[in-house]
Design a protein around this ligand. Sequence first.
Ligand code: FMN
Length: 180
Amino acid sequence: MNEMINTILNRQTIRSYKSGQISDEQLDILMKAAKQAPSGRNGQPCHVRFVQNKEMLVEMNKDFKELVGYDTPAYTRWDVNPVYHNAPTFAVIFAENESYMDSGIMCENIVLAAEGLGLGTCIIASVGALFKENSEAGYKWRREWNIPESYKFQIAIAIGYPDEKPEWKPRFDDRIQVIK
Ligand SMILES: Cc1cc2nc3c(=O)[nH]c(=O)nc-3n(C[C@H](O)[C@H](O)[C@H](O)COP(=O)(O)O)c2cc1C
């Protein structure tokens, strides 16, 4: 089967990663894939930061725990941590306005490019609390990453070498139909 189609059909969410960092060449390709994403009227409203600073990721996780509480489902649902699932690279997308369509498309570009490079990813929405506008943590991380305070968090992506082979998640058969 065509390699691109294979990539799309075989992608699965990965929540366990090897500790090794992705290469700079891989990172460069992911950045190009993000940049190349289409956007409405070519407005390019999304700003993405690929965070590879381990201390920063650990601190983000700590901030998130303090915000949502240690024993809430947001935190305990996953074995490791819900912020970046211990992935070595964590991409965070912000946009000037709520540009969910544009950011979703950029996100999928990054995810599929990563899959094509043999990397695993997890799209993460649940860390939104960490980047809430007008909140202490929201100001802090925007400042660290040179993101204007008013920009809205859209979505994040954990990226790294997979350290698991998850079971296939079933899909509903009746959601996609042909009308002739
Ligand atoms: C918009 C969106 C938000 C998601 N948020 C999270 C999240 O916060 N935490 C997480 O572990 N997985 C998250 N996921 C991953 C989904 O749980 C996963 O894609 C879904 O269960 C289907 O599994 P699959 O990707 O392996 O096919 C998110 C996926 C999408 C598309």
